[in-house]
Design a binder for this molecule. Structure first.
Ligand SMILES: [Ca+2]
Ligand SMILES: [Ca+2]
Ligand SMILES: [Cu+2]
Length: 322
C-alpha cells in the first residue's frame, strides 16, 4: 500500500487482470435523473486546486443528454448484485483493504501496516464491502450507506450487471455542479458551517480529532444532506466516486483550443482492463479537510489504480439517453 493524499493505492498480489465475467443486464434508468444536453465550464475557476491535479485550464464542455444516479450505489444495492452474480471484489480476492485508523474494527493481528506517507490508512485483513471497518464490522446498520472497498473494476462489473455505466469525468462534474455556473461547491461558493454542514467531510484536526459537526466520522447515508440543483446527493464529500476516465493531469491542457469539447472521455489506449491504469475519482470523502486536502470541491480531481479499494471510495452510475 502506498499513499496518495486522500486514498491509498493497493499493491495487490492476487491475479486481477481481465474483465470479471458478469452478465450484462438490461438497460435500467432506475434511480437516475436526466441531465439535458448543454455546455458548462469545466475545471477550477477559483484557483483553489493543487497544480499537480490538473484542474486547469477551465474549458468549455458540451455534453449530450444523459442520465446519472441521484445517489451513490448503496450496500443494499451492491448486496443484490453479489447475490445475483456471486461476484468477488478485488479486496475480497486480495484479502486486504485500507481502513481509516480511527474506524478500524479488527483484531490486532489483522491490522497489517500503515501506508507510506499516510499513516492514517491501515491495511486491514478481512476489510471488504461487507466489513467496511474490518472483520469485526458489518453492514447490518449501513444498508443505505454507500458501498466502499470497491475498486474501479468492481464498479465496472456492477454497472454491467445493473444495465448502467460509470459517468465520464465531465458528466460527473457537470451533474455535481447542479446548474450553478463555475461555483466551488454544488450549492454555491461558500462552504458554510455554523452548525449547518452541507456535506460530509472532516471537522477538527486531521487525522486524530474529528469534532463530528456534520454528524459522521466515516460514511453517511447516501441521501443525507440536501441534494443539489439536479437532485444529486453527496457528490462532494462522503465517498470518492469512480469515473470512467483514465486519469491524466495534462488532460485539460490538451483540450485547450477546442471550443467547446464535445462529450470528452479520457480512454486508456492500450488496455482498458489494466488493473494498474490510474482512473479518475471525484468529489472527495469524509476524510477531506482544508488543512491537507481540499478536494471536496466540484472541480477537484484525484485518481487511483483500477484495482485499488479503500473505506472511502464508492461510485454512482450513469447511462446514455437512448
Ligand atoms: Ca464528517
Ligand atoms: Ca461523493
Ligand atoms: Cu480529500
Amino acid at each position: 500500500m502506498t499513499g496518495t493524499c486522500c486514498a491509498p493505492t493497493a499493491e495487490r498480489t492476487a491475479e486481477s487482470s481481465g474483465t470479471p465475467a458478469v452478465p450484462r443486464g438490461e438497460r435500467s434508468t432506475r434511480g437516475q435523473v436526466r441531465i439535458p444536453p448543454g455546455t458548462f465550464w469545466m475545471g477550477d475557476s477559483h484557483g483553489d486546486g493543487y497544480a499537480a491535479d490538473g484542474e486547469r485550464p477551465v474549458h468549455e464542455v458540451r455534453l449530450s443528454a444523459h442520465l446519472i444516479d441521484a445517489k451513490a450505489v448503496t450496500n443494499a444495492q451492491f448486496a443484490a448484485f453479489v447475490k445475483a452474480t456471486t461476484y468477488i471484489t478485488d479486496a475480497e480476492r486480495d484479502g486486504v483493504s485500507a481502513v481509516f485508523h480511527l474506524a478500524v474494527d479488527a483484531a490486532p493481528a489483522d491490522i497489517l501496516q500503515g501506508a507510506a506517507g499516510v499513516p492514517w490508512w491501515l491495511a486491514v485483513r478481512g476489510a471488504d464491502w461487507r466489513h467496511p471497518a474490518g472483520p469485526r464490522s458489518d453492514i447490518a446498520d449501513l444498508q443505505n450507506h454507500p458501498v466502499v472497498h470497491v475498486s474501479w473494476r468492481d464498479a465496472q462489473a456492477y454497472c454491467r450487471w445493473a444495465g448502467k455505466r460509470l459517468p465520464t469525468e465531465a458528466e460527473w462534474e457537470h451533474a455535481a455542479r447542479g446548474g450553478l455556473d463555475r461555483a466551488r461547491y454544488p450549492w454555491g461558493d461558500e462552504l458554510g458551517s455554523g452548525g449547518r454542514w452541507r456535506c460530509n467531510i472532516w471537522q477538527g484536526e486531521f487525522p486524530r480529532r474529528n469534532t463530528l459537526e456534520d454528524g459522521y466520522l466515516t460514511t453517511a447515508p447516501v441521501t443525507a444532506f440536501q441534494p443539489n440543483g439536479h437532485g444529486l446527493s453527496n457528490t462532494v464529500g462522503n465517498v470518492w466516486e469512480w469515473c470512467q476516465d483514465a486519469f491524466r493531469a495534462t488532460e485539460y491542457a490538451e483540450r485547450a483550443g477546442e471550443a467547446p469539447v464535445v462529450d470528452p472521455v479520457a480512454v486508456e489506449p492500450t488496455d482498458v482492463d489494466d488493473a494498474q491504469v490510474s482512473r479518475v475519482m471525484r468529489g472527495g470523502s469524509y476524510l477531506c479537510h482544508d488543512s491537507y486536502c481540499n478536494r471536496y470541491r466540484v472541480a477537484a480531481r484525484s485518481s487511483n489504480t483500477a484495482e485499488s479499494s479503500s473505506g472511502n471510495i464508492g461510485f454512482r452510475c450513469a447511462n446514455d439517453e437512448t
